[in-house]
Design a binder for this molecule. Structure first.
Ligand code: KG4
Ligand code: ZN
Length: 353
C-alpha cells in the first residue's frame, strides 16, 4: 500500500491507497478557521500547526493499514517552505522507522493527475477516465493558474501561466474586498448563482461590463490583476474609490459577470492550445476546478467539438493527500525509483526527485 503526506500550504493530509489506486484511508486537518481572522494564510502559524497535527492524524490510521504500507511519499514542493519542511521531516521519521522507501513528490503534478484517481466504492458515480497521453492539463488553484501539455508521467511541458494573480487569488481578493471573507471562491459562487441572467454555458447577460483578460495576447498566458481592478472599480464607484458603494443586491450580478469572464479567459487559452496540440482529452484540476461555471462553460465547448473533459471529484480539487498517494502509486508502477530530495518551495512539475 502507498502512503502520502501533504502539507504544502494550510492543510495537513495523510492518505493511503491500494495497489489498484483505491483510496483506503484519508484524513485532512483544515486550518481555514485558524487563518480566517487574518484574511489569508499566515505561513509560520500554518507550519507550527502542521507540526502538532501530523502525529495526531497519523494515529488515526488503522493498525492493519500501517503494517501493510510498502511505499511512502511526501509533497516536497512547491509550497510554503516551513509547511513543506514540517511534512518532509515527519515523513522522513516515519519512513525510517517503518523502513519504507520515501519519494519526494511535486504538489502540482499531484493536482495534474488528480482527475484520474479511481473512485471509492461508495462514490462510484464519479466517472474517472483512464490515464492517457498526451493530454492538456489546466491547473487552477489559489496559488497557480497554469496550462500544461502532459506527454508522459514525467514529461510535462508548461505552455502558459499567469503573469500575476492566480484565479483563486483573484476570487479570494474580490471576496475580501466585498466582505465575504477568506477563502472566497465557494462563497462567491453561491452568491453568483442567485443571479438569473447567466446561461447554462456560463455566459453573462447583465449590466456590468468586465474585460476578458489576455483575449488577444497571442500566447497561452493568463493575467487576473486587471480583472480584479475592474471589479474593484465597479464595487467602489461613486465615492473617493476607497469605500464599497455597490448595493448588496447587485453583488450576485457582478459576481456572475466575474465568473463568466474567468471561464471565458480560461477556455480561450485551452482552445488556442488545442490548435497547437490537437489532443483528445483536457483536464481541469485544483481548488478552482470545483467551480460550476467553469465546468459548465468547458462542458458546452467540449460537446461542440467532441472533446473529452476530466475534472477531479470535488474532494480531490482542493489540496489533499489522496492525490499525492495516487501519484506515488503511478511512479512506483512506472518503475521510477526514489531519489534524494529536499523540501523545495520552487519546483516545476514533471521531474521526479
Ligand atoms: O488547490 P487549492 O486548495 O490551493 C492551492 O493549492 O492553491 O485551491 C484553493 C482555491 C482558493 O483560492 C479558493 O477560493 C478556491 O480554490 N475555490 C473555489 C471554489 N472553492 C474553492 N473557486 C471557485 N469556485 C469554488 N466553488
Ligand atoms: Zn494545491
Amino acid at each position: 500500500m502507498y502512503c502520502a503526506i501533504e502539507t504544502s500550504f494550510d492543510e495537513a493530509g495523510i492518505a493511503v491507497c491500494s495497489a489498484a489506486g483505491t483510496v483506503l484511508f484519508s484524513v485532512l486537518s483544515s486550518q481555514v478557521e485558524l487563518h480566517a481572522p487574518y484574511g489569508g494564510c499566515v505561513p509560520e502559524l500554518a507550519a507550527r500547526t502542521h507540526l502538532s497535527d501530523l502525529p495526531q492524524l497519523w494515529r488515526r490510521m488503522p493498525h492493519e493499514l500501517q503494517s501493510g504500507l510498502r511505499y511512502m511519499g511526501v509533497t516536497a514542493g512547491p509550497g510554503l517552505p516551513g509547511c513543506l519542511l514540517a511534512g518532509v521531516n515527519f515523513a522522513r521519521g516515519v519512513a525510517t522507522t517503518l523502513r519504507l522507501p520515501l519519494y519526494g513528490l511535486n504538489h502540482l503534478t499531484g493536482h495534474v493527475f488528480s482527475p484520474f484517481i479511481p473512485p471509492r466504492a461508495e462514490d462510484g458515480q464519479h466517472a474517472t477516465p483512464a490515464l492517457e497521453f498526451p493530454h492538456l492539463a489546466l491547473l487552477v488553484s489559489g496559488g497557480h493558474t497554469e496550462l500544461y501539455l502532459v506527454e508522459t508521467l514525467t514529461r510535462i511541458a508548461l505552455l502558459g501561466q499567469t503573469l500575476d494573480d492566480a484565479v483563486g487569488e483573484l476570487l479570494d481578493k474580490v471576496s475580501a474586498m466585498l466582505g465575504y471573507g477568506y477563502p472566497g471562491g465557494a462563497r462567491l459562487e453561491e452568491l453568483a448563482r442567485f443571479y438569473p441572467g447567466i446561461t447554462s454555458d456560463a455566459r453573462y447577460d447583465g449590466r456590468f461590463r468586465l474585460p476578458v483578460p489576455m483575449r488577444g495576447s497571442g500566447d497561452l498566458n493568463f493575467s487576473y490583476s486587471g480583472l480584479k481592478t475592474a471589479v474593484v472599480r465597479i464595487a467602489r464607484a461613486g465615492g473617493d474609490g476607497s469605500q464599497l458603494t455597490l448595493a448588496e443586491e447587485e453583488h450576485p450580478s457582478l459576481l456572475a459577470a466575474l465568473f463568466a469572464a474567468v471561464a471565458e479567459s480560461l477556455w480561450i487559452k485551452v482552445a488556442a492550445a488545442l490548435g497547437q496540440h490537437p489532443v483528445e482529452l483536457v483536464t481541469v484540476s485544483g481548488g478552482v476546478a470545483i467551480n460550476g461555471f467553469i465546468r459548465e462553460r468547458f462542458q458546452a465547448e467540449a460537446q461542440r467539438r467532441s472533446l473529452r473533459l476530466a475534472f477531479p471529484a470535488p474532494e480531490h480539487c482542493l489540496d489533499n493527500a489522496e492525490m499525492i498517494a495516487w501519484l506515488l502509486r503511478l511512479y512506483v508502477d512506472a518503475g521510477i525509483p526514489p531519489a534524494p530530495f529536499d523540501a523545495d518551495g520552487n519546483w516545476n512539475p514533471g521531474q521526479p526527485k
